[in-house]
Write a protein that binds this ligand. Sequence first.
Ligand code: BDR
Ligand code: CA
Length: 306
Amino acid sequence: MKRILLDCDPGIDDALAIALAHGSPELEVVGITTVAGNVGLEHTTPNALSLTEFYGMDVPVAAGADRPLLRAPDTASTVHGATGLGDVVLPRAGAEPEPRHAVDFIIDTVTSSPGEISLVAVGPLTNIALALRKEPRLAEWVREFVVMGGSYTRGNLTPAAEFNIGADPEAASVVFGAPWHPVMFGLDLTHQARATAEVRERFAGLGRLQDELLGPCLDFYGSNRQYRDEGPAIHDACAVAHVIAPELFTTVPARVDVEISGRFTSGMTVTDFAPEAEHNALVATELDRRAFWDLLTDSFHGVARA
Ligand code: BDR
Ligand code: CA
């Protein structure tokens, strides 16, 4: 069983990523850290706490950075709703966040189990950059580092930048500049993971999980203009799925550099697949859609049964 630490900004697809991690018999979730992103930290942290209670998880939630390293905070509340889960209002969690800051929680968790923790980041990379600055050995001591962010073609925040990278490009630059090989799940890949009507039919029978969370969240998320035609992209679950079943994805070695100064291209992940480039990442390019949705459906049933 792999041990996963998830840094996130819930967020509707983050909520599905957490459910996937919890419902998979292949994973033990050792912690969740939150960051400002889709909505402010004042929502992402309570959302993470409420989601873990709703799913029946007993896992620490540590709050992290409430703003990017240098830039003014931006949100994606038009996509995820004013409080981050569309129209869904989960009961307020009984549990409190961890007393430690997310950055310390990440460092302590990874350094106490060198080589064992799969670190997965599915929000802006502020916490991960700060953790690397405080403890550079993080880059050596994780088992693997998987990130949802970027794109090798086009963005969604701007024509050039994907949201998680564009929201905090300086942090992303630190993260891609560290001596590890992130597996990057950019939009080119995650736009292959669409919760179409056919996919959503498979969620019938999940009881409260479907009726009170997945159904209304995906209705809201899918009504966004960018998702109306082909169905909403469940970006963040792709990164978690890679920890469980890397064989579902084609990944290609590449050089990824983050643009931080471009007037029109700030936050772009400039990706070079040339064999002679100095590769610093594995970039996901192809998804086995059927196997991906089988995995999600099975895991969601695991959550619903618990
Ligand atoms: C990413 O940005 C957020 O809106 C989603 O949760 C996902 O992590 C997609 O660009
Ligand atoms: Ca996210």
